[in-house]
Ligand binder design. Structure first.
Ligand code: SDX
Length: 430
């Protein structure tokens, strides 16, 4: 039986249908609300507003559940490769052997960026933030392949564009790092896995061949998988927003990268490490950090803690904790920042302020320490988040384009400004 919700307004009753999701989540459809009542809804930050139906990712914030196309994140983190996960998110099922072989070949064949783009890296200041470089170059990729601007109903072209983006984002990230340290670029190699290629492009040098540590390669694979999608988060909603105007995929992804950069979102992993480094170098105590986080007069927040959806432990943080045990059980991987992070978590989880607000570690709390163990610099941590999140952004952009119900995203507002008034010449103005 279709559920309905009734709204009584100015003596009249209006009925709206209730939509029920796969896991019994409920929403009432307000598509006709304004037409029938003259009302719009108001919901700062869209905390209670669904923007779309989606079949890509399911998150249960109370139970700490995350599934990509129905597969639990724990299983994918343990058994999948990142390219497999990317395919799953974008195309809807785990790839067959042939599909995965073909996808891997496309990733290999499309890992290079146009040589003209290398000048961009060299012209940027060494201190340029890698997220600014990444967003710029991703948008520039389209300039070299304008045929991809119109991929409607051109499946082959779309698949090629997708593989190119998923592959080249690694190259752009690694090249931005090499440029920042003044070293020559290390190019992708055809016989390496997705993760091994990235680590080699980052750390190989012409004087010392780089041997990929299998444990770090597996850790990178897991980190990219747990970051791959998270339903309608800020950056994914941005990709959908920009894509809803029928802007091309490169422009939409560029916008997603920029949204991810903020410290309330993907930039939190860099902010976590900066907090840990500040504690380590300044002698600030963990207690003092928590006091600042709780002080309403202090804009400081404990990065890596709290989440709009998870009101229990972020299942991704649990996966990363398991990964940390493996990485840091090796005596040559010790890091004093880990001890500080563990103490921060311990004290926060036993502090009433955090308990009452259901603030738990999120995916960003431990990811930075793991990337640091690989040698990834602090200012590249959000770039690493973007590399992981790219398949999710693409999947949502595709789902939106394939959805016949999709429309241009254009929210309404309630105007609180001046009533009508008329022009004043300068001498008349107060
Ligand atoms: C990501 O949406 C996604 O799915 C995102 C993501 C993904 O995969 O895409 O999971 C990735 O962005 C994770 C979040 C990373 N950001 C941080 O770690 C930054 C620190 N966290 C906070 O800024 C905050 O928790 C947010 C922004 C993440 C969520 O905030 P909300 O949902 O807007 O909640 P809120 O700010 O209204 O907080 C509710 C209360 C407030 O206190 P009161 O007004 O009730 O007294 O909790 C407090 C907040 O001040 N609070 C914090 C806090 N987080 C919330 N206080 C101190 N430190 C914090 N980290």
């Amino acid at each position: 039986m279709d559920e309905k919700i009734s709204i009584v307004y100015q003596g009249k009753t209006y009925e709206s249908p209730v939509i029920t999701g796969t896991k019994n989540e409920k929403a009432f459809d307000i598509a006709n609300l304004r037409k029938e009542t003259g009302l719009i809804t108001m919901d700062y930050g869209y905390q209670n507003t669904g923007s779309t139906k989606s079949s890509i990712t399911f998150v249960d914030g109370e139970k700490g559940i995350l599934r990509y196309r129905g597969y639990p994140i724990e299983e994918l983190a343990e058994k999948a490769t990142f390219p497999e996960t990317a395919w799953l998110l974008i195309y809807g099922d785990l790839p067959t052997e042939d599909q995965l072989t073909a996808f891997r070949r496309l990733l290999t064949e499309n890992s290079l960026i146009h040589e003209n783009l290398l000048h961009f890296f060299r012209e940027m200041p060494p201190s340029a933030h890698p997220m600014g470089i990444l967003s710029s170059i991703v948008n520039a990729l389209g300039l070299f392949s304008p045929r991809f601007y119109d991929t409607e109903n051109q499946a082959g072209e779309f698949d090629l564009m997708v593989a190119g983006l998923v592959s080249k984002i690694r190259t752009i990230a690694a090249f931005s790092y090499k440029a920042s340290i003044g070293e020559p670029f290390a190019y992708p190699e055809a016989d390496r896995s997705y993760c091994s290629n990235f680590l080699n492009m980052m750390f190989s040098s012409h004087t010392k061949p780089f041997v990929v540590n299998p444990l770090m390669e597996k850790a990178l694979n897991t980190l990219l998988i747990v970051h791959a999608d998270h339903e309608q988060n800020c950056s994914t909603s941005t990709v959908r927003m920009v894509g809803s105007s029928q802007a091309n995929l490169y422009a939409s992804i560029c916008a997603g990268i920029c949204a991810l950069w903020g410290p309330l979102h993907g930039g939190a992993n860099q902010a976590v490490l900066e907090t840990l480094l500040r504690v380590q170098k300044s002698g600030m105590t963990v207690k003092q950090v928590l006091e600042r986080a709780k002080d309403k007069t202090d804009p400081f927040k404990l990065s890596g803690f709290g989440h709009r959806v998870y009101k229990s432990y972020d299942p991704r943080a649990k996966v990363l904790q398991g990964l940390m045990e493996k990485i840091f059980s090796h005596e040559d991987n010790q890091d004093p920042l880990l001890d500080i992070a563990r103490e921060l978590e311990h004290q926060a989880l036993s502090d009433d302020y955090f308990i009452e607000r259901k603030l738990y570690p999120n995916v960003d709390f431990y990811s930075g320490i793991l990337y640091r163990a690989m040698g990834i610099p602090t200012n590249m941590l959000t770039v690493m988040f973007a590399i992981g999140r790219l398949p999710g952004w693409i999947a949502h952009w595709k789902e939106m384009h394939d959805d016949p119900c999709s429309k241009l995203n254009r929210p309404r507002q309630i105007y609180m400004g001046e009533k009508e008034r008329h022009w004043l010449d300068r001498e008349e103005r107060a």
